[in-house]
Design a protein around this ligand. Structure first.
Ligand SMILES: NC(=O)c1ccc[n+]([C@@H]2O[C@H](COP(=O)([O-])OP(=O)(O)OC[C@H]3O[C@@H](n4cnc5c(N)ncnc54)[C@H](OP(=O)(O)O)[C@@H]3O)[C@@H](O)[C@H]2O)c1
Length: 365
């Protein structure tokens, strides 16, 4: 099934906004072996593009375009001739977004509308937008912009034949800003971990699984739907406990409780109470039907029963057992003490100890 989905990319021209980030890099590795005519990577930073180019050994199907999603003219040029667009570019660190609200709106909201306009103008077949659980009943600006972009993407379906769909997911294990590299660094260097609230829960998924599901969602998309990945969750105190046990088997690790931070939820939501009535269970995903009327979408799901019992939160989702999560972390190398985190390993012990207070720029989730 997965190979059939991937073979659809043969000969296709694909644009990935934010293609040098965690999701983009993994997406490239999934698609590249299946002979796309071109994967065009659109992002601002040349350094990250050079790193990506080296990582994929100058693959001839990859083309790097330096550009900002805020720049309509550049985006129009980059979108020319593309069949499929994965729109991943975003500012995503919660405190950074909070302190730079207009910059966040410009990139996450205006940038998304620019992607929509360019896709329509260039007759792109499909645009898939990666949304976030932080956009469900949002508590911070990052979430608000992710929700707004979902609405822009959904409504665009009534403007042109291009298919516009959303794929909503929770935390991906170990991406930049994730709590997992922080816990590892704290356990190994300080013998302590800082947790905000022992009852806090979070959805988690390995990056390769999130990308495989993103591709599956793209293959199913008819336009206007929000695919919600079914994810398991874990209590943060269990995560701290299992990482401490694995990384420091001989020495007891102290757990410091520092209280929930502004803009943070105790439990994340993938489907809100209000959306539950519009949700359809299609197996691997839930599909949320939009508030606007999209005839092609109604037709696709007309025979599917609508409504799920209530909100889908990291509190009521299926929980990972400590054993299952340990295996996931081990497989991804997060329980390997010799696998330093490039940014965190440069911090002093003092900075690492007071990371939440001292470094508001780390949007840990
Ligand atoms: N990581 C998660 O756990 C998670 C969970 C759910 C949803 N998401 C969503 O998934 C997407 C990708 O996340 P990620 O973790 O891969 O993020 P990431 O590693 O921070 O990558 C972000 C990418 O966007 C680019 N970018 C940022 N601003 C841009 C702009 N103005 N114009 C063009 N490119 C820009 C960055 O490159 P430059 O800075 O060089 O431009 C980079 O390539 C985001 O939309 C995020 O909201 C992530």
């Amino acid at each position: 099934m997965e190979n059939q989905e991937l073979s659809r990319y043969r000969g296709k021209r694909i644009l990935i906004t934010g293609g040098t980030g965690s999701w983009g890099t993994e997406l490239i590795s999934h698609i590249l072996p299946h002979q796309p005519a071109e994967i065009r990577i659109y992002s601002r930073g040349e350094a990250q593009q050079v790193i990506s180019k080296r990582r994929f050994e100058n693959h001839p199907a990859l083309r790097y375009v330096v550009g900002d999603v805020r720049d309509k003219t550049r985006l129009d040029l980059a979108m020319h001739g593309m069949d499929i667009v994965f729109h991943l570019a975003a500012l995503k660190h919660v405190p950074v977004c909070e302190e730079n609200p207009w910059e966040t709106v410009m990139t996450n909201v205006i940038g998304t509308q620019n992607v929509i306009n360019a896709a329509i103008h260039c007759h792109v077949e499909k645009v898939i937008y990666v949304a976030s659980d932080k956009g469900v009943d949002p508590l911070n600006l990052y979430g608000v912009t992710k929700l707004t972009s979902e609405k822009l993407i959904v409504a665009a379906n009534n403007m042109a034949p291009t298919v516009f769909s959303c794929y909503r997911a929770g935390n991906v294990i170990g991406t930049s800003g994730s709590v997992i590299p922080l816990f590892r660094e704290q356990i190994l260097r300080l013998g302590e971990v800082t947790i905000t609230d022992p009852n806090m829960t979070r959805f988690f998924i390995p990056l390769r699984m999130a990308i495989a599901s993103l591709i599956h969602a793209e293959s199913q998309a008819v336009g206007g739907e929000t695919f919600v990945l079914k994810m398991k969750s874990i209590r943060i105190s269990d995560l701290a406990e299992l990482m401490s046990r694995e990384l420091s088997p001989k020495k007891r690790v102290t757990v410091k409780q520092i209280g929930i931070r502004p803009g943070e939820k105790l439990h994340e939501l993938l489907i809100s109470r209000n959306e539950a009535a519009r949700a359809i269970d299609i197996g691997e995903f839930y599909v949320i039907m939009p508030l606007v009327d999209i005839p092609k979408l109604n037709e696709r799901y007309e025979n599917e029963p609508r409504g799920i019992p209530g909100e889908y939160s990291s509190e009521n989702a299926k929980l990972f057992t400590q054993e299952d999560f340990t295996e996931l972390l081990r497989a991804e190398g997060w329980l390997d003490p010799d696998h330093p985190s490039p940014y965190l390993s440069r911090l002093s012990e003092e900075q690492l100890r007071h990371i939440y207070a001292a470094n508001k720029w780390l949007g840990l989730s």
